[in-house]
Design a protein around this ligand. Sequence first.
Ligand SMILES: [Fe+2]
Length: 287
Amino acid sequence: MSGDRLLCPYHGWEFNGAGQCVNIPYFPSDQKLPCAQARSYPVQEQLSIIWVFPGDPSEAAQVPLPTVPEYDDPNWLMVPIPGKFNAHFSICNENTMDVFHGFLHRNLQGWFDPKLLHLHQTDTDVEADYQVSYQGRLSQFLGMSDRGDRVTTRIISIRYRYPHYSNTLEGVSRMYLMRLPVSPTETRSFTLLFLKIRLPQTLVTVVRPLLSRVIWRFLLKPFLDQDVEMIESEQRTYEGDRQRRYVEVNPAIIALQRVILKQDGVQSSHPTLQSPHVDDSELASIP
Ligand SMILES: [Fe+2]
C-alpha cells in the first residue's frame, strides 16, 4: 500500500480505491497514463481486519460481519492466532468442528472423554455442544481447576456459519475463527481467542501484549502445529487417490458437510464434499 493506494510491488504502479491506475513512477509527469484497471472489491475494516467482499458489490451491505463483543472488553485477554494450511477449506473446517480429535493433542494435556450432547443444523449453520474433560497443569492455568491432578468437565459449544466459526469453552474462553479459502489446496485462518482474565487489571494492562504472545507461542501453537500436520496429511492422502471414499462417524461433521454442500454449485476437490469453494455471496477475510 502507498497511503490509500494499492502499490504493485513489481514496477510501483499505483491504483486508487476504484482500481484505476493513477501513477506510474517512471513516467514523465506529462505522459498520459494507460487505461489499466485492477479488480476492486467492497471492503470494510473491523477488528483490525480488512474484510473483502468477493461477490456482487451491490450485495455487500446485506452480509453482516461477525460480531465480537469481547474485542474491547478488558476482562478478556485477546490472543490473535494466524493459520495457514496447505489443504482444502472443507478439510480445515472438519478439524474445527471435530472435538473427538483430542487424542491427537493428548501429549499437550488437551481435552479427553468427548461426548456430543447437542446438535442443530439449518441451511446455513451448524451448532454442536460437546462435553469434554481436562486434567493437568493446562486446566489449572486456564482456571478450570484449583489442582492440576483433578479432572474437570466442561461444555464446549461450537457454531459454524459459512465461512466462519465461533466457540465457547464454558467459563474459560471464546474463540472466533475467520476462514479464507485461497485455492483448492490452500486455506488461511485468522483466529481471535479470548481468555478470561483472572489477574488484577493493573498488572494485565502492563503485560497484556507480552502475555498474549507467550500464550500463543508456548501454549497454543503446539496444538495448531499438530492440527496442521494432520490436516495437510489428509489433503495429501486425498490427492493420492481422489476416488477413495471416507468413513465419517461424527454426526456434527456430517451436518457440517451437508451445510457446506449447500453453499454453492462450484465443483470441489474434496473427497466427501462437492462444492465447498468460496461462495460469492459471502464475505472472506484478509488481514
Ligand atoms: Fe486440534
